[in-house]
Write a new protein. Structure first.
Length: 450
């Protein structure tokens, strides 16, 4: 065959119209190939080889087309909007009333002088003193002398009383035997009574002198810290003058005003949690020690006081805190993150994910979902994740959680992140599926340790 004949044979080879599907990847088994007869010569085999080469070249585009289809399907899944969901299940929800208040020291007293005199000494500011310990001392020479004089007078009076009492005991039998007259015996008894009265008077004078001496010593009414001293040594002071201020913050008290609608939810002795804004101050447990009995006509509130242990003295007076009072408990509630709620002019909505059958070929929602407190396994194994919207009615809320009273059911997947980027009917890619409300509302830096 001439070269022209070979070119003519090539050009007349029919083009093979192959569909671009994955089936074009499958070649005919080697044992089914048609082999040339043994008697075929070299010149007759050459056109057959050319035809076979044409078949191979014609099939290459279809192979490339199949690979392009697979890549396109994978890109479609990856291009879907990523979201995170929470699988709803009923759980316990505690409704909490939050009130703002300020801490005050349970013991806070200003010490005043009860006597006049010169200040000899006073405790340093910031010093801790025990209950009964001297905080300030005044000059007391005259008071000490008065005490000694009163003691001496009392001793004299007691001696006279002893003599008078002995004389009375001697004269009593004589009077009974009529040896002495009634007038004489009455004089003896009168002398005894007078000396007894003198003793009582001397005792009172001694007590008064000791009290005046004690007033020159200003003592701590409770154990605490000298927050402020108002006089200095050498200063002359008078009765009623302020000397020092003492504070005990071993126990603090926080006061808040409760709206009147909660009047039946707050009781004396109720356990309360208080959180303070100060960095490093951990939440404290306390008890309600006082509940007001009257409503303020202006604010429509009533006062409550909560006492809190503060042994490490971390809480300071005037610190702002948030009082959290449990008001009711829902044992079987559908709880969602507050961030999942979208509000518009038509109401309150929540976006959910429904699984629908796929109309296309290829994997749906490939990729792991996470481990631990969040779901495991591939997302979308039951169909394509599609967004839908539910109108909901919300109940009580606390911190990052809200109770859905209607509009949602157990087992539904609520979108908790990414809902602002989707609309009803959109297909999405679930990157995280949380199994508990705690996991869904835990900050990212903390949830990594769950």
């Amino acid at each position: 065959m001439t070269d022209h004949g070979r070119r003519t044979f090539w050009s007349q080879t029919p083009a093979i119209n192959q569909k671009r599907t994955c089936r074009t990847r499958t070649s005919r088994p080697p044992h089914s190939r048609t082999l040339p007869p043994p008697e075929m010569t070299t010149s007759t085999r050459r056109p057959a080889l050319v035809a076979a080469l044409a078949l191979v070249l014609a099939g290459l585009p279809s192979l490339a087309g199949c690979s392009s289809d697979d890549s396109s399907a994978e890109e479609t899944v990856e291009q879907r909007t990523p979201i995170e969901t929470l699988s709803l299940e009923r759980t316990r929800f505690e409704d909490v009333l939050e009130l703002n208040g300020e801490a005050t020291a349970l013991n806070d007293a200003t010490l005043s002088a009860e006597a006049s005199g010169t200040v000899l000494s006073i405790a340093e500011q910031g010093a801790f003193v025990e209950a009964g310990q001297v905080v300030a001392r005044l000059e007391s020479g005259e008071e000490e002398a008065a005490v000694e004089q009163a003691k001496a007078q009392l001793e004299t009076a007691r001696s006279r009383l002893e003599l008078a009492a002995d004389n009375y005991q001697r004269q009593l039998p004589l009077y009974r035997d009529s040896i002495i007259s009634a007038l004489e015996f009455e004089q003896v008894r009168s002398e005894r009574n007078q000396t007894r009265a003198s003793v009582n008077q001397a005792e009172a004078q001694l007590a008064s002198a000791r009290e005046r001496l004690a007033n020159t010593r200003i003592r701590a009414p409770f154990s605490g810290t000298v927050e402020e001293r108002m006089v200095e040594p050498g200063e002359q002071i008078s009765p009623g003058q302020q000397v020092a201020r003492m504070v005990d913050i071993g126990r603090v008290e926080i006061t808040a005003n409760v709206p009147e609608r909660y009047a039946n939810n707050v009781q004396r002795g109720q356990s309360v949690t208080v959180e303070f804004d100060t960095y490093g101050a951990s939440p404290r447990r306390g008890q309600v020690t006082f509940v007001g009995n009257t409503i303020d006509p202006q604010s429509r509130t009533f006062p409550v006081e909560v006492e809190i242990p503060n042994s490490n003295r971390q809480i300071k007076p005037e610190m702002s805190g948030t009082m959290k009072i449990p008001t009711r408990t829902l044992e079987d509630a559908l709880v969602i993150p507050r961030t999942a709620v979208e509000r518009d002019e038509e109401g309150t909505n929540v976006y959910i994910v429904e699984r629908r059958r796929s109309d296309t070929t290829g994997a749906v929602g490939t990729g792991a979902v996470g481990t631990g407190a969040v779901g495991t396994g591939a997302v979308g194994t039951g169909g394509v994740p599609v967004v839908d919207v539910r109108s909901v009615t919300l109940g009580p809320t606390h911190e990052q959680k809200a109770v859905a009273l209607s509009g949602l059911n157990d087992g539904q997947e609520v979108i908790v992140s990414g809902q602002g980027n989707v609309a009803a009917g959109d297909t999405v890619r679930v990157t995280q599926r949380y199994q508990t409300i705690e996991a869904a509302t835990t900050p990212v830096e903390e949830s990594e340790n769950i």
